[in-house]
Design a protein around this ligand. Sequence first.
Ligand code: C2E
Ligand code: MG
Ligand code: MG
Ligand code: MG
Length: 289
Amino acid sequence: AAKKLGRSRFCYFTPAMQEAAEIRLRLTNDLRHALADRQIWVAYQPIVDLATGEIRKAEALIRWEHPTRGLVNPAEFIPIAEDTGLITEIGSWVFHQVAEQVAVWRNRHSAQFQISINKSPAQFHNNSDKLGDWFEHLQRLGLPGGCIAVEITEGLLLDASNTVTEKLLAFKNAGMQTSLDDFGTGYSSLSYLNKYQIDFLKIDQAFVSGLTAHSTDMALCEAIIMLAHVLGMKVIAEGVETEVQRDLLMQAGCDYGQGYLFSKPVPAADFEKLFSSTRADGGPRFQQR
Ligand code: C2E
Ligand code: MG
Ligand code: MG
Ligand code: MG
């Protein structure tokens, strides 16, 4: 028995765990050069006005094209960026990149165009962002704050410390809008939505994927949308993949949709082509997959 116990003790660090640790260490080292080596880029996914089918907004989603491993998921490298503090530099780079892009698209396509950026809780808790520099960058480009929306998650509102509250306020004071991402997966209360004057609720894909006419998910979506509207928020449905889902969301009164039905996240140059395929009669653009 003692022998067995002894052996199991040595098994705490399995070969699989060691490999995972090594991969992570390598990625950590590689990430330090990724920005300078231009391996990191921003993909844009359209956010569509469900009533007209027009592209009104985009979400900026970061991509890392690793020289040997290929595309690395943000879910894998954002935590590493947070642990190493590299997230400050990356977050700032994304913001500047997005500001320049939104200036171009406002000029060429629509004066109201808005791009949302994602900010993880860790980015709110540390104090190294130079928000003043970001806002000055917008001013230099002649852009109002409203050209940017900041996406946050429910957890952030729950344990809102002073740093978090001040940062959220700083964004709002600069005229930026805020979106509550992945809504329904966490625990936020109505009072938080009101207190922080959230502008957009993004219904998580988990509720959208199960949508059928008389399902619980349909009832939930209807309730969420009604509630958001009462509180003065607009609603964006995430992960819209089928026309059925889109139609049910419209029926439930949802304002915007985002998902593979419209487009996957794409490089800026490809996003341009989505704009130019807008139908001249202003009818729904995305009738067919
Ligand atoms: P998120 O903000 O909730 O972004 C939505 C995710 O759903 C994206 O995954 C997007 O590609 C995916 N998606 C969109 N439409 C569909 C659909 O119809 N079907 C399916 N199956 N998926 C869809 P992605 O790009 O892998 O990003 C994952 C997460 O990484 C994001 O979740 C966000 O939390 C985080 N992230 C991405 N970019 C940044 C960034 O610049 N900064 C920070 N802090 N986090 C980021
Ligand atoms: Mg998001
Ligand atoms: Mg989301
Ligand atoms: Mg998500």
